[in-house]
Ligand binder design. Structure first.
Ligand SMILES: Cc1ncc(COP(=O)(O)O)c(C=O)c1O
Length: 417
């Protein structure tokens, strides 16, 4: 099936780029990696760049005038330009390096939130958020007496847009904080429309794009979002690096968050002044190799084409939903393939999600089980935990078959009668 007509690219050669995919998971059992929503695998093009940095030009950035430091700085800043092009930001100054989505959202909460929100203001989140887009707002609420409200989801796992409109209109909403794609339901939220409505009602919008930027074309100007956060490790890049995109005027207006080297313009014993964008938000020695590795990941994704990656994942997800529907007692959460990212969270009747994941692992299939950092959503779904298969650019239709066959083994072992 490796030359299935639905593959938009040469999947065999793509898989050959990812060394980890070409090994046995257990003796004689090949790895079927379906935990991509947690973290993706990395191609040799990214691994090589990390290796080259440490072997050939390891040095601190923005500080030295020696050749190694200049090389490291050029590669580090070059990666920022790649990310700018990738998401179509207006300027590289709008691209802030952080440790990942979580840190990006906390940065906005701690800087923009602390200066612009006052008691009684509402941050409008949704019932389908990852903890990373709930807890920072709750922490701010405890400190500032702001109110966090949640747009409900409909029974099909999509957002209740009617409720969204009412809440925007009826509440003093200052910020909408919403996931582009849910990491459990896979729901793709209508961000362009949500941004337009937020702006019409005088609110800003922050988008948690951890599950969209790795999988589909995302253009921050077309979406007209104010802030957008994502993580490198979910998009074939290294861990420890991510991005906060923000509109320049907003970022200019925000105070820095962490203080230290590189983020200052001048320091005296009496006080300090701040560096310009993006450095104002990048205190201390950054994750240099990781940023350069993210740049290599962006090159890799752009060479494949985000439209192709998206089309491939849609075909795989559609196939997975069809095949999972054949397995008696398996319920998949979230909307149909047409409105869904590359995620299938499911429950197996009569079996605990952790037992399911453990037995799938014995069959070589790596999935995640638990609440996937979305405990409130699981309480809305009325399940304690789900198992989650999530796909990426290198997954195959054959691997979906392995998952489904393994689920029959799981059911025979766990579910009797
Ligand atoms: C939707 C969503 N938001 C935020 C995060 C947090 O990302 P990170 O742990 O890379 O900061 C994740 C990771 O699972 C996610 O899926």
């Amino acid at each position: 099936m490796l030359n299935h007509p639905k593959y938009p690219y040469d999947i065999a050669s793509i898989r050959a780029d990812f060394p980890i995919l070409n090994q046995d998971h257990h003796d004689g059992v090949p790895l079927v990696y379906l935990d991509n929503a947690a973290s993706s695998q990395k191609p040799r093009q990214v691994l090589d760049v990390l290796d080259q940095y440490y072997r050939q030009y390891n040095a601190n950035v923005h500080r030295g005038i020696h050749k190694l430091s200049e090389e490291a700085t050029a590669a580090y800043e070059d990666a920022r330009k790649k990310v700018r092009r990738f998401i179509n930001a207006n300027s590289r100054r709008e691209v802030i390096y952080t440790r990942g989505t979580t840190e990006s959202i906390n940065l906005v909460a701690q800087t923009w939130g602390r200066t612009h929100l006052k008691a009684g203001d509402v941050v409008l989140s949704t019932q389908m958020e990852h903890h990373a887009n709930i807890v920072p707002w709750q922490m701010l609420a405890a400190e500032r007496n702001i109110i966090v409200k949640y747009v409900p989801i409909l029974p099909d796992g999509t957002l209740d847009m009617e409720a969204y409109g009412h809440m925007l209109h009826d509440e003093p909403v200052k910020l909408v904080a919403v996931a582009h794609v849910s990491n459990v339901l896979g729901t793709v939220n209508p961000i362009e429309e949500m941004a337009r409505l937020a702006h019409e009602n005088g609110a800003l919008i922050l988008v948690d794009a951890a599950q969209s930027v790795p999988h589909m074309p995302v253009d921050v100007q077309a979406l007209d979002v104010d802030f957008l956060a994502f993580s490198s490790h979910k998009m074939a890049g290294p861990t420890g690096i991510g991005i906060l995109y923000g509109k320049r005027a907003l970022l200019e207006d925000m105070p820095p968050w962490m203080g230290g080297g590189d983020m200052i313009s001048t320091v005296t014993f009496e006080g300090s002044t701040w560096n310009g964008l993006p450095y104002k938000f990048e205190a201390g020695t950054p994750s240099i190799a990781e940023a350069i590795g993210l740049g290599a990941a962006v090159d890799y994704l752009m060479a494949l084409g985000m439209e192709h990656i998206h089309a491939h994942e849609q075909a795989i997800t559609e196939y997975a939903l069809e095949r999972l529907a054949e397995v008696p007692g398996v319920t998949v959460f979230g909307p149909d393939a047409g409105q869904k990212g590359a995620v299938a969270a499911f429950a197996v009747e009569g079996a605990h999600a952790h037992d399911v994941a453990q037995l799938l692992d014995a069959e070589g299939v790596a999935v995640r089980a638990g609440h996937h950092c979305a405990m409130p959503l699981h309480s809305v779904l009325n399940v304690a935990a789900t198992s989650r298969a999530s796909f990426y650019l290198y997954n195959t239709f054959d691997e979906v078959d392995v998952l489904v066959n393994a689920l029959y083994v799981v059911k025979n072992t766990l579910v009797r009668g």
